[in-house]
Design a protein around this ligand. Structure first.
Ligand code: PLP
Length: 333
């Protein structure tokens, strides 16, 4: 991306950090709407692609994804790059293939909010050989230090743009241990998410909640988070009620296309950004953490159900399901 008129299609319901490099490297983020699963809307992406478009960024929200193989085909057809923001999707798969491996680049985060963590850190998968050499330079502050370390040059010098992207050794050491347990962490989180889905399904059926994370065909999710969308009228009351029970339910991203910097530096391609706006306004997350026990899950679930005062569940039923789901996770079902 070299010219000021280069564009990058991306959803507006996303983490700010994805846009900052955009502003820094002078390309224009072009926002498109998300679908009901909070994933990039493919029909909107197609409409947004112009001769200036150089890449599409697919954010795999909640460890799930859009039809990313179809998106890769669209990008190929238009001769543009596909960048997968798989920050939340480490170990998730689509049609049996890891997310982050469909595009030209796959980006992972090991930020402390993720399933696998090292404080601050991440990984970049480069799925095209030709970009690897330059990535080493960009990672090493724009120098050919990587060649120097590998005895290919006697001194290193400034050769290109770059910054200091190399992780420090303490974080990297922490990450090694985290990676060894990555599957375990993912299984436990997935178990919690599935229990929420199972016991809260009736709230969807009777219209108390509008939407929630559901299983998407061909996606095996890493259980990163549990989201649901409430009716606007319920939002403050629900959050206060949960807080009175000692349970914090966070919202998530604010739409970037109407943020002060978004208005200044970006364009919006979708005529209607309704899914983005409504989701951002009314989406909440329930606690998901690797160390949650069936008692914690019960406490969350019974509080949610108590707020809507329609249902009751027993600790025994949650325990039974918790044990069953953990067994299923272990046997890979
Ligand atoms: C979807 C998404 N993209 C990007 C990021 C940024 O990750 P990092 O803070 O490791 O750069 C995050 C982290 O919260 C994220 O959730």
């Amino acid at each position: 991306m070299d010219s000021k008129s280069d564009e990058l299609s991306i959803c507006s319901f996303d983490r700010i950090s994805n846009r900052c490099p955009g502003a820094g490297s002078h390309f224009v983020p072009v926002f498109v709407d998300i679908d009901k699963n909070c994933q990039l809307c493919l029909s909107e992406v197609e409409k947004a692609i112009s001769p200036r478009t150089k890449a599409v960024v697919a954010v795999h929200y909640a460890g799930q994804c859009c039809e990313v193989d179809t998106l890769a085909d669209i990008c190929n057809r238009h001769g543009i790059f596909l960048i997968e923001d798989a920050a939340q999707a480490f170990l998730s798969t689509y049609k049996g293939r890891y997310l982050g491996t469909f595009g030209d680049f796959g980006c992972f985060s090991f930020h402390y909010t993720k399933n696998t963590i090292c404080g601050e850190g991440g990984a970049l998968l480069i799925n095209q050989e030709i970009f690897v050499k330059r990535a080493h330079v960009v990672q090493e502050q724009g120098t050919n230090r990587f060649d120097f370390i590998n005895n290919r040059v006697s001194k290193y010098e400034w050769v290109d743009i770059g910054s200091s992207y190399v992780s420090n050794e303490l974080s990297a050491t922490f990450l090694v241990a985290q990676l060894q347990d990555a599957w375990y962490c993912s299984r436990r989180r997935r178990c919690v998410v599935r229990l929420y889905q199972l016991f809260l399904e009736p709230l969807l059926d009777n219209g108390h909640i509008k939407r929630m994370i559901r299983e998407i065909k061909n996606v095996s999710c890493n259980g990163h988070l549990f989201w649901f969308v409430l009716h606007e009228k319920d939002l403050p009351g629900f959050q206060n009620f949960m807080e009175s029970k000692g349970i914090v339910c966070y919202s998530h991203y604010e739409p970037l296309h109407v943020s002060p910097a978004g208005l200044k530096y970006s364009k919006t391609a979708s005529i209607c950004m309704e899914n983005t706006v409504q989701t951002a306004k009314n989406l909440l997350r329930l606690p998901v953490w690797v160390g949650m026990t069936h008692i914690d899950v019960f406490r969350v679930l019974s509080s949610v159900l108590e707020y809507f005062s329609d249902f009751e569940i027993s600790l025994a039923s949650v325990k039974e399901e918790f044990d069953r789901k953990m067994r299923d996770e272990h046997s890979g079902r």
